[in-house]
Design a protein around this ligand. Structure first.
Ligand code: FAD
Length: 471
């Protein structure tokens, strides 16, 4: 018999796909109420701030997230950062269970000379944040008035960066920030290298993203070196050992030479460069801006290694230089540690957990990129969130949550903490007002929205809304 007379209060930290999908699943238990805490005044994480502006259709998930936020057993508290405004212990004290879904907000590093000191050497995370309007990236120091850009990494994010730099048609009609769109439209970049230390069998990007880059109305794309298969005594027939999906992708890469090359001046040429590892980034002595990327060639020991999706090549003694004016490193994201006591897998850049249960804790869970490491698309995040929510529902069902013995104060306690710190909390209705004004501004410019990129501006809108509601 259920003798509990209070609701089960759960705090979810982070309002990206993981936060919303986890909440959505938890709501299946009618006793559960969820409070979502978000660092920024605005929700949706990388759907707003990562997904490329020319992938507007991907952003439709926002509609179902909005329905979750509007549910009567859900509250949204924006502008409340875990680690700053509130601590993990505060939440564990106030809630029956806490789910961390705050994603991966840091860059992995190459650890090579010049990486952090050379101007116009930036991370893909900051570049994406700049064109998508992340408040802390809006003033990124970036110059596109150069001939050649090098993107280090061969994943989907690297291809997003290459595609945006290739000036896709109608970019101005997307929700890209206007300042970025204008700078990209005036960019002088003629050549974009997309560089990987491994071969064509091991790329991390997907066929769809490669096709998109190929089919950009006037983008030209080729591969280097073009003779890799012959070097290992292999023929295309040997691709049979790969999965169908991977074989298609590799065939597409190898067919790239055959793609007709339209010779249009205003669009850069893209070069997929394999078997090359960044060695050093060299700055101009006078200006400090990047002028050269030095690469070390790599090789596989034998044909079996070359054709194995998982293998990692070894270094050679051959080096190469590319003169360039922009370097974007796109080698992955990792999670930030908001609390030193959380068990952290430094290799994966994620919190150690089993099916979302954080090791060494009871009532503390994680989902999304924070739980799996920063890879995969929204569908994968949905899966991870469902696994975590299921673990919580099972732990409730099996009486494995010791905190359930007593009622919890929930937001009442957190309200006192943020009030004492004079933090302006942004509610979901305030976000809807920000959303409305962004869309109105966008309408005047022929685009779906023009994002506000200043936290202060967002908070002003929220404050005005509250004043208006109180009248
Ligand atoms: P996030 O989306 O990062 O959400 C984390 C949330 O936590 C954010 O709102 C953040 O502000 C908040 N947060 C961070 N720190 C704190 C804190 N201390 N306190 C409170 N809140 C905090 N997938 C696709 O399916 N299609 C695509 O086209 C696509 N494009 C992508 C492009 C890029 C550049 C990137 C990086 C990813 C892309 N993805 C795409 C993948 C997709 O974005 C991820 O699968 C998904 O966003 C991961 O969800 P998450 O909730 O774990 O993390």
């Amino acid at each position: 018999m259920n003798t509990r007379f209070f609701s089960i209060k759960i705090a979810v930290v982070g309002s990206g796909p993981a936060g919303f999908y986890t909440t959505q699943r938890l709501l299946k238990n009618q006793d559960i109420r969820v409070d979502i805490f978000e660092k920024l005044p605005v929700p949706f994480g990388l759907v707003r701030y990562g997904v490329a502006p020319d992938h507007q259709e991907v952003k439709n998930v926002i509609n179902s997230f909005t329905a979750v936020a509007n549910h009567d057993r859900v509250n949204f508290y924006g502008n409340v950062s875990l680690g700053e405004a509130i601590k993990v212990d505060d939440l564990l004290e106030a809630y029956h269970a806490v789910v961390l879904c705050y994603g991966s907000a840091q860059d992995k590093l190459l650890n090579i000379d010049g990486e952090l000191t050379t101007k116009n050497t930036i991370s893909a995370r900051n570049f994406v944040g700049w064109y998508n309007g992340v408040p802390e990236d809006k003033d990124l120091e970036i110059d596109l008035n150069c001939d050649t850009a090098c993107i280090i990494g061969q994943g989907n994010v690297a291809l997003d960066c290459a595609r945006i730099l290739s000036k896709p048609t109608n970019l101005e009609k997307t929700d890209i920030t206007s300042y970025a769109q204008q700078m990209i439209a005036n960019s002088e970049i003629k050549k974009i290298y997309i560089i990987g230390r491994r071969g064509p069998i091991q790329v991390s990007f997907a066929t769809k993203e490669l096709r998109e880059l190929m089919h950009l109305n006037d983008s030209r794309i080729k591969i280097e070196p073009s003779t890799m298969f012959e070097d290992y005594g292999l023929s295309l027939a040997q691709l049979k050992s790969l999965s169908r999906q991977r074989r298609r992708l590799v065939e597409l890469i190898l067919n790239l030479h055959a793609v007709s090359k339209k010779n249009l001046d205003h669009s850069p040429e893209c070069i997929l460069k394999f078997m090359s590892k960044p060695h050093k980034i060299v700055a101009n002595r006078d200006t400090g801006w990047v002028e050269r990327l030095e690469l070390q060639r790599t090789r596989y020991d034998n044909a079996d290694e070359f054709i194995n999706e998982k293998s990692v090549p070894i270094d050679t003694n051959e080096f190469e230089k590319i003169d360039c004016g922009l370097v974007i490193r796109s080698i992955g994201y990792k999670a930030t540690m908001v609390d030193k006591s959380l068990p952290f897998d430094t290799k994966l850049g994620a919190i150690m957990n089993t099916r979302g249960r954080i090791h060494g804790y009871r009532s503390l869970y994680c989902s999304g990129w924070l739980a799996t490491g920063a890879s995969g698309v929204i569908a994968g995040t949905l899966q991870s969130s469902q696994v975590t929510a299921q673990s919580i529902l099972e732990d409730i069902q099996n009486k494995q949550l010791p905190s359930l013995a007593v009622d919890k104060s929930g937001y009442e306690t957190i309200r006192e903490i943020v009030k004492a710190k004079s933090i302006q909390v942004v509610h979901f209705n305030d976000w809807l007002q920000i959303d409305l004004l962004e869309r109105r501004l966008g309408e005047t410019m022929g685009k779906p929205r023009e994002k506000f990129v200043d936290v202060d501006k967002m908070l002003d809108v929220a404050r005005e809304k509250i004043k208006h509601d109180q009248k």
